[in-house]
Ligand binder design. Structure first.
Ligand code: FDA
Length: 308
């Protein structure tokens, strides 16, 4: 009950204004978000790298309704990538990009604008010596996002994509993307989706995740196992072994602030563990999806609002 309600308000401007105006929200947000400024992202990246992890940095923002906001997002990524390069972090830190933050939903030529903007970010990543992964948003964007991925990969074959195991289509998408050099971040999926397109029950989503993992691990691509679920992490390691994969031919990924000790443990076992690290002001949608994932986060949040 709580998850659909939180996901519904994650797109409500009124609730957004309310939650953002509450100063007590901030400490809870800080668990998941590096901070507002680029310096915060770089500092947190250095800390994660010192702990043995790799990083994918996300400049927060989504659903931009104005081309100028899309340009501002691109500029933020260009500054981020130049700083990553100058700080000597390019071998440890890449970036994650939401196409809706670079114009995908703009009413005129949104897809073309998003492709052009994503291309500028990829050029900057190539110049910095690192990579880009496209986040996946709700199911209405899946085909368009995979189309943009295909276009980008002509010039930048290292561009990665996220696939969401809760979508019924995803096992097929995994087959299509399990090709040499293809970087696929497999997650469960964080949006509110109808039963016509997405599995609704936890065990169905987990079973789909395992089917997708099998396809990715047996293929010649580079699977990125994005989950905090200990059962799925163990299954991924097992499937990788069965497929004759060594650590380094696939990687684990988790979100900043979620199971940080486990992140360091997995890295210490010789795996690549990449932490998804968001920064910036536009944290509302991201934060509400994190609350929806775990009821205990809501209790924590409400307690902090009550000042206890
Ligand atoms: P599950 O939700 O079952 O959680 C397993 C355990 O992990 C929980 O029992 C709890 O201990 C811990 N946990 C999980 N979420 C937590 C939270 N928010 N707070 C505290 N503890 C938590 N989704 C999407 O739709 N599009 C995308 O592009 C991405 N990108 C992405 C990148 C990366 C690197 C990760 C790790 C995840 C995403 N996601 C995403 C989010 C993903 O779809 C999913 O919602 C979350 O990862 C939670 O699912 P788990 O697989 O962790 O399992």
């Amino acid at each position: 009950m709580l998850r659909p309600a939180l996901l519904a308000v994650s797109r409500s401007a009124r609730t957004r204004a309310l939650v953002e105006a509450t100063p007590l929200t901030r400490p809870v947000v800080d668990r998941f978000v590096a901070g507002a400024a680029l310096d915060d992202a770089i500092r947190a990246t250095r800390e994660l790298v010192a702990g043995g992890c790799h990083v994918t940095v996300d400049h927060l923002g989504e659903d931009v309704a104005d081309a100028r906001d899309a340009d501002a997002t691109v500029d933020a990524y260009l500054r981020l990538l130049a700083t990553v390069r100058d700080a000597g972090l390019a071998d440890r830190a890449e970036v994650s990009v939401k196409l809706s933050a670079v114009g995908q939903f703009l009413p005129r030529d949104g897809e073309k604008i998003a492709l052009d903007n994503a291309r500028r970010i990829c050029e900057a990543a190539a110049a910095a010596g690192t990579t880009v992964t496209l986040d996946m948003e709700d199911h209405t964007t899946t085909d368009a996002t995979l189309g943009i991925l295909r276009d980008l990969r002509v010039d930048f074959p290292w561009v990665g994509a996220v696939l969401q195991a809760y979508l019924r289509r995803t096992e097929g998408d995994c087959r299509d993307l399990a090709t040499a050099g293809s970087r696929v971040r497999l997650c469960k999926g964080a949006y509110r989706e109808p039963a016509s397109v997405a599995f609704q029950r936890r065990h169905e989503v987990d079973a789909s995740y395992v089917r997708c993992l099998k396809v990715l691990m047996r293929g010649p691509g580079y699977p990125m196992v994005a989950s905090h679920d200990p059962r799925l992490v163990a299954i991924a390691e097992h499937l990788a072994g069965d497929a004759g994969r060594e650590p380094g031919s696939y990687e684990f990924q988790m979100l900043h602030g979620v199971r940080p000790r486990e992140q360091r443990r997995i890295a210490a076992r010789g795996h690549t563990m990449r932490v998804y690290l968001p920064y910036g002001d536009a944290w509302y949608g991201y934060f509400m999806r994190r609350l929806a994932e775990r009821p205990a986060n809501v209790v924590f949040f409400l307690r902090s609002l009550a000042g206890t």
